[in-house]
Write a protein that binds this ligand. Sequence first.
Ligand code: DGL
Length: 267
Amino acid sequence: MENRPIGVFDSGIGGLTVLKELSVILPNEDLIYFGDTARVPYGTRSKETIIRYSLQCSEFLKSKDVKMIVIACNTASAFALDEVRDAFDIPVVGVIRPGGEAAAKATECGTIGVIGTEGTINSRSYEIEIRKNLPEAKVIGQPCPLFVQLVEEGWADTDVTELVAKKYLLDMKDHEIDTLVLGCTHYPPLRYMIRKVLGDEINLINPALETAVEVKKILEEKNLLTERNSFGEISYYVSDSPEKFRRIGGNLVQMNIKDPKKVDVDI
Ligand code: DGL
């Protein structure tokens, strides 16, 4: 039972930032990643559509006999966590709760910024999660849609990204936030640039890392950790070009994406 893989899905390549943290924190586990590259982005879509897509992604992972589903996509976690939980009889973990909890713990002044897709910010999911842990918190949300393309181009550390980051983030600086949640799968590679704009003292919360820690905790509690002592295997599936996923995804997380396969989950 315990040697079954962990399933991870995202709208595309971004969830690889979560997969990477999982592979570091749980190196012996088998991981199955599904990137819905044919239907990315999720960040601008309606709640109903995101729920439908998320259920299809989860169904695919379940067909691979996974012991847990990790919703690596912030937008899907914001809109579809409850629906996926209700539909499957295995643990389902999203990225919002671990990220929100970590932000509430990290802040000293109580003013926290959250950046993400339009969908994630408009859902106010991070705000709700932060307030569960710190009711008096002031939360400033800012959608940063252009960051996704800039990171996929490999332009995280360029002048154009600095200009865009200033446009999105300087308002947050005026609100005197001391903590910022990187509430989108693509943002961890922008840490350097964000610190350049907001200053080195800012606490940057990476939900990808917090989620991997949470997954380990849940597996321990439920006695579901693998008994294997050797490294686990990672399998990749996508709904569009495997080659493009291998190239752009590999660049994003500096990993060798071995043999991604194309599947159709829209059935
Ligand atoms: N993976 C998405 C997220 O974390 C970003 C890309 C998209 O819009 O699908 O919200």
